[in-house]
Design a protein around this ligand. Structure first.
Ligand SMILES: Cc1ncc(COP(=O)(O)O)c(C=O)c1O
Length: 379
């Protein structure tokens, strides 16, 4: 059996090696490494795939979130509501821009932002909401957008884990994750569903004026060469990464399908098990399974992890500490117990290997050993 990886980028590369190598070679031949035609081509292809007017490529997903916030002309002290159960980048950029991150809890089933909690957290200083489509499933965007409209708030979707996911509106219409809010952000970090071989990210928007502004912000606030109208940053997707992404974009829907097949295998193996809560599927979104995350109920998680490690099966905890309990984000506003769902999840979740190259032998090995681990660790 091939060694099991949390994300098997090597096995994936072997499948598309020729296409990728050829695409990189083209960049090496034309030597247009920054802002060249390859980046433009990928941008257009991604706009087409997402059915969004503008994709603004940038250096990584964290920068995407930062430049999106910068484009909104917020003032220090303005409040931005987001979830406490996410990767740190979501709140980091809010804090970096001297805005105030206002954290709220998540829903116990989908792990996505709790909409009732958002409404309670809105104050006259609230300017924006950042929902995170955690693990690859969209937050309830229709309800969220209505709430944002009622309170005149911007919405920046953190779609770093959910590229390609479809959100279904009640009128039957569907839109891609990241194309519903004022702006959407994604990451092309190597392990992401659409990952490059270095760092990369992008902002999506249907707003022409914001797109124009974002293109300036990512390029030193420059609209005419060497004239800097606003304060910007240097955040670019380089041509080699764009060349890789342009190839991988063609495979994205197949990759999503493969992740769903692995998830279906896991779901079937764990169905009805009283110690394992499998991922909930919302009726308003499909799931692209960036992560396959279980909630362990009445079982000693450490024992489970130790057993899996003994069997050379990698497992991860996404995320062990909610943001309100992170040292850098301690704030008299928050204390232990404030967000019970996130705190419970932080102590009980476990993510299994999830990628496009898991075969049946590996899936059988993982599932049977997890069931053994639970037998040993149940309380
Ligand atoms: C939810 C979320 N937001 C933001 C980011 C930041 O993306 P990057 O690592 O490309 O900066 C990530 C990925 O790491 C993420 O998972």
């Amino acid at each position: 059996m091939r060694k099991i990886q949390m994300v098997d980028l090597q096995a994936q590369y072997q499948q598309i090696k020729e296409e990728i190598n050829e695409s990189i070679q083209e960049v090496l031949t034309n030597c247009s490494f920054i802002n060249g035609p390859t980046v433009k081509q990928f941008q257009l292809n991604l706009e087409n795939y997402l059915k969004v007017k503008h994709v603004i490529p940038c250096g990584n997903g964290t920068d995407a979130l930062q430049v999106a916030l910068m484009a909104l002309d917020l003032k220090p002290g303005d409040e931005v509501i987001t979830t406490t159960f996410t990767f740190i980048a979501t709140a980091e950029v809010i804090a970096l821009l001297q805005l105030t991150p206002v954290l709220v809890d998540v829903e116990p089933d989908t792990f996505n932002i709790d909409l009732a909690a958002i409404e309670k957290a809105i104050t006259p200083k609230t300017k924006a909401i950042i929902p995170v489509h955690l693990f690859g499933q969209c937050a309830d965007m229709e309800t969220l957008m209505a709430l944002a409209a009622k309170h005149h708030l911007y919405v920046i979707e953190d779609a770093c884990q959910a590229i390609g996911a479809n959100y279904h509106f009640s009128n039957g219409e569907s839109k891609k994750a990241g194309t519903i809010g004022t702006m959407g952000c994604t990451s092309f970090f190597p392990s992401k569903n659409l990952g490059c071989y270095g760092d990369g990210g992008a902002v999506f928007t249907n707003d022409d004026a914001l797109a124009q502004k974002l293109r300036g912000i990512v390029n030193h606030g420059m609209f005419v060469r060497y004239y800097h109208d606003i304060v910007g940053v240097n955040s670019r997707l380089d041509s080699i990464q764009a060349a890789i992404l342009d190839i991988k974009l063609k495979h994205l829907d197949t990759y999503i399908e493969k992740r769903n097949q692995a998830a279906a295998y896991y779901n079937q193996a764990f169905a009805g098990h009283s110690n394992l809560k499998t991922p909930a599927l919302a009726n308003y979104s499909n799931h692209v399974f960036h992560q396959y995350t279980l909630v362990l109920q009445n079982a000693d998680r450490k024992k489970v992890i130790d057993y899996m490690q003994e069997k050379e099966i990698p497992v991860m905890i996404y995320y062990p500490v909610p943001l309100h309990l992170q040292k850098a984000y301690t704030n008299p506003r928050y204390s232990v117990g404030d967000f019970p769902v996130s705190e419970y999840l932080a102590e009980h979740v476990i993510s299994l290997p999830m990628h496009t190259e898991l075969d049946e032998e590996q899936l059988l090995y993982i599932t049977s050993h997890l069931l053994n681990a639970i037998d040993i660790a149940k309380q």
